[in-house]
Design a protein around this ligand. Structure first.
Ligand code: ATP
Ligand code: MG
Length: 397
């Protein structure tokens, strides 16, 4: 008898003819995620992935934790594999269920027969196992409507599985089923959340960060790398590009109208990001902008920024309040890093009175006062690269 983990697929169960492609990607992602934790066998049936540990000493808590970060899984539970007989279902499971039934008041039993040849029908399985549980744990009563715990019996091809504790998975779609995108990652609260949200919809994320040494410090960059490491727990490995941006910022300051500084800077960030997208085969940009949050995130400013973009720009935080973004940041574990007080290049040379309603004409005219092309090329050439590996944490702040 041993314990396995059942992972229930979410939305991908609805994908019709593409379902098997989505499922294969999910299984590949799970395999990659669990590789470090031991040897496993995998079996896929009826929108469920069965994960069988092959070594005795695998830490199942660690496996559960890793699986909870894999997009595409909505529910997961540990289950006991027992012989496919009623005797085994009734008598070999009581110790195992004790953990889940400890401290609860009500329960119900659900049975699923994938093997319709099994001689006992589902309602009888429920009645028999329910009776056994009542006898063994006299403090419990049955509540079929709103039980504290639902004990599930699944009768499969070779074995039966009994489980009681279900936990929520990360939801979403498997990473890699929605193409690749370039996340503009700052050290703030919003952009890590934006990356997480797009990854949740199946986008494979790369990250680009602009730094302005000596105005921004090495530690400021390390903070951003740490954020990338934190979201990599969900997003998988992240190619991290760091672009030196000081010369461009100085050139904007010295040559362009002060009140347009931020917007021109953002257009140049987008330009560089999309050129790196071309090199890296990414087809969209992702930012942490939220409507109206600051001067550069008004409708007018966004129109001017997007006029410099030839690829779609996704802003998944656009309709969220700051407090909602903070809640997600806390949930995914980036908040504490985000609020560390290091400077960002955006806060260097910021104008005292940025234009909240710039016209595109003014912005284009202002930007054309200087030929940024050679600097753009140079910044791209001088970018540094690091592969952030999922589950690796190297940055100490
Ligand atoms: P965040 O909390 O993500 O830093 P913010 O509210 O501070 O966002 P801005 O500073 O205006 O807003 O930045 C808007 C977006 O531009 C960020 O969400 C991020 O996607 C991108 N961005 C800002 N600074 C940088 C940077 N130094 N490198 C890469 N992207 C950046
Ligand atoms: Mg910021």
């Amino acid at each position: 008898m041993k314990e396995i983990i059942l992972c229930k697929f979410g939305e991908i169960a609805l994908k019709g003819l593409n379902k098997s492609t989505f499922e294969s990607v999910l299984v590949k992602n799970v395999r990659r995620r669990l590789k470090k934790l031991g040897e496993f066998d995998y079996h896929r049936a009826q929108s469920t992935l069965y994960v069988y540990p092959l070594d005795e000493d695998i830490d199942m808590d660690e496996v559960m934790d890793a699986l909870k970060h894999v997009f595409g899984i909505v529910k997961l539970c540990r289950a006991l594999e027992v012989a496919k007989t009623m005797d085994s279902v009734l008598n070999d499971t009581m110790d195992y269920l004790a953990d889940a039934l400890n401290g609860v008041k009500t329960f119900k039993v659900e049975a699923k027969r994938a093997d319709k040849q099994f001689p006992v029908k589902s309602p009888e399985i429920c009645a028999e196992l329910g009776g056994k549980i009542l006898e063994h744990f006299p403090h419990l009563t049955v509540d079929v409507r709103q039980p504290d715990v639902t004990v599930t019996v699944e009768i499969r091809e070779k074995y039966a599985f009994v489980n009681a504790l279900r936990e929520d998975g990360a939801g979403g779609l498997p990473i890699g089923t929605s193409g690749r995108g370039m996340l503009l990652l700052s050290g703030g609260i919003d952009s890590p959340v934006a990356g997480y949200m797009m990854a949740k919809r199946g986008v494979q994320i790369q990250a680009i960060h602009f730094e302005a040494p000596p105005y921004t410090s090495e530690r400021a960059r390390l903070k951003v790398e740490k954020l990338a490491e934190e979201i990599a727990l969900y997003c998988g490995d992240i190619a991290f590009h760091c672009v030196p941006f000081t010369d461009i910022q100085v050139a904007i300051r010295d040559n362009c109208p002060e009140e347009l500084f931020t917007i021109i800077m953002r257009r140049l960030m987008m330009e560089i990001a999309q050129r790196i997208c071309d090199i890296e085969n990414c087809s969209c940009l992702i930012t942490g902008e939220s409507m109206g949050q600051v001067a550069s995130q008004t409708m007018g400013a966004i129109v001017c920024t997007d006029a410099a973009c030839r690829m779609p720009v996704f802003r998944p935080c656009i309709g969220l309040d700051k407090s909602e973004i903070v809640t997600t940041a806390r949930n995914i574990g980036t908040f504490d890093t985000s609020i560390l007080p290091y400077e960002d290049c955006c806060t260097v040379f910021t104008p005292k009175h940025p234009k909240t309603r710039p016209t595109l004409e003014d912005v284009e005219k202002g930007q054309s006062r200087f030929d940024f092309e050679p600097m753009i090329k140079e910044a791209i050439e001088k970018r540094s690269f690091r592969l952030i590996r999922c589950g690796e944490s190297t940055v100490e702040l």
